[in-house]
Write a protein that binds this ligand. Sequence first.
Ligand code: NI
Length: 390
Amino acid sequence: MPIRNRLAELHDEITVWRHHLHETPELLFDVHETAGFVEARLREIGVDDIATGIGRTGVVATIKGRSNSSGRVIGLRADMDALPITEATGLPYASKVPGKMHACGHDGHTSILLGAAKYLAETRNFDGTVVLIFQPAEEGGGGGKEMCDDGLMDRWGIQEVYGLHNMPGLPVGEFAIRPGALLASADEFEITVTGKGGHAASPHDAVDTTLVAAQILISLQTVVSRNVNPIHRVVLTVGTFETDSAASNVIAHTARMKGTVRTLDTDARVLAEERIRRIATDTASALGATAEVAWMPGYPPTVNTPQETEYAVRAALAVSGKVNDAADPIMPAEDFAYMLEERPGAYIFLGNGDTQMCHHPAYQFDDEAIPLGCSWFAEIVEQRMPASPA
Ligand code: NI
C-alpha cells in the first residue's frame, strides 16, 4: 500500500488548503497571513505546542509520539513564501495578489507538511518527537538561516532534519535524491572598474575602462575552464555589464558588471572567489586601471548526509517504489542548506509531472503529488522512530 489510507482520505482537505494558499501568495519574510493560516491549521490538528515568530515569521510546532523511549527528535521542514511573478496559469484558484505567485510550489510544500502533521497527530504511531518547521523567505531571503540563528536546532533539540521540493519533469509518483551536494551554492559578485575617461579619438590620453572590463569579463571564464578541477561543477555567469559612457565617441570612466557563481563544494567556492578577485584586480592593474570586487555570499551548497539519504530513500521506496538515488545535482540554490550545515539530514525531489519549470508564470503544482509527499514525511518518522510494541 504505497499511500496510507488516511492520507488518501485527507487528500481533498489538503488540496483545499493548497488552493487557498495559492490564491494568497506572500513574499520573503512578509508571510503573516500564510503563517497565520499554518498556525490555525496546527491548532485544529491538535499538535502539542506551537511557536511563532521564529526567524521573524517562521512557525515551529511539535508532535510527541505515543512514547519517547528513543529520545529521538526529527525535524521536518517546509517553505512558505512565493515569488514576485504575475501568474499566467488561468487556474480558477490563481493568485489574487497582483505581481505575486506561488511559482515554486511552496504552497504545495506547506500543505504537504500540514497534511503529514494531521496524520501524525492523529496516529502518533512513533516513539520520539517530530518538530514541524515552516520557514519564511526561502526565495533569496535566507529564512532558513534566520530560523537557525534563532536557535531552531538547539531550542527544539533537533537531531536530524528532512525536507522536500517538487520537481517538474519528474513524473508524479517518483522521487529523486543523491548523497552529497544536491543543489549548489549561490554567491554574487560586483566588479567596478575605474580607468580614465576621455575622447574616443584620443585613447592615448585615457585608460579605456570598457576594454579593461571586457578583458576581465572574458578572463573570468578561465576560473571554470582552467582553475577548478574538471571533476567539480562550477557555473560562473556575468549577468550585467554597463559603463558610464552614453556615447560612441566617449571613453568610459567606470564600468560595472554583476555575476553569480554556483558550486557544489566549499573548496571550489573558496577557489572561485579567490580567482575572481585576483583576475579583476590584477588585469585592471596591468592595463592601468583599478578594480574593486564586492562579494555577496549567498546560500551554501545543499549537502545530504549519506546515512540520512539512505533513510530518505528507504521512506520513498515504501511510498512509491520509484526512487532515483543517484540523481544529478542541479545548480539552483536552496536555503535548507543552512539546516543541513547544522544537522545531518536529507532533501529529496518529489515528482511534479509535466509542467513548466519552477519560477515560470505558467508553472503548476500537481495536487496528485500531495499524498506522496505527506506519506514520505510520515514514513521517515515511523521508520526512524518505530513505535514500541504495545
Ligand atoms: Ni522552491
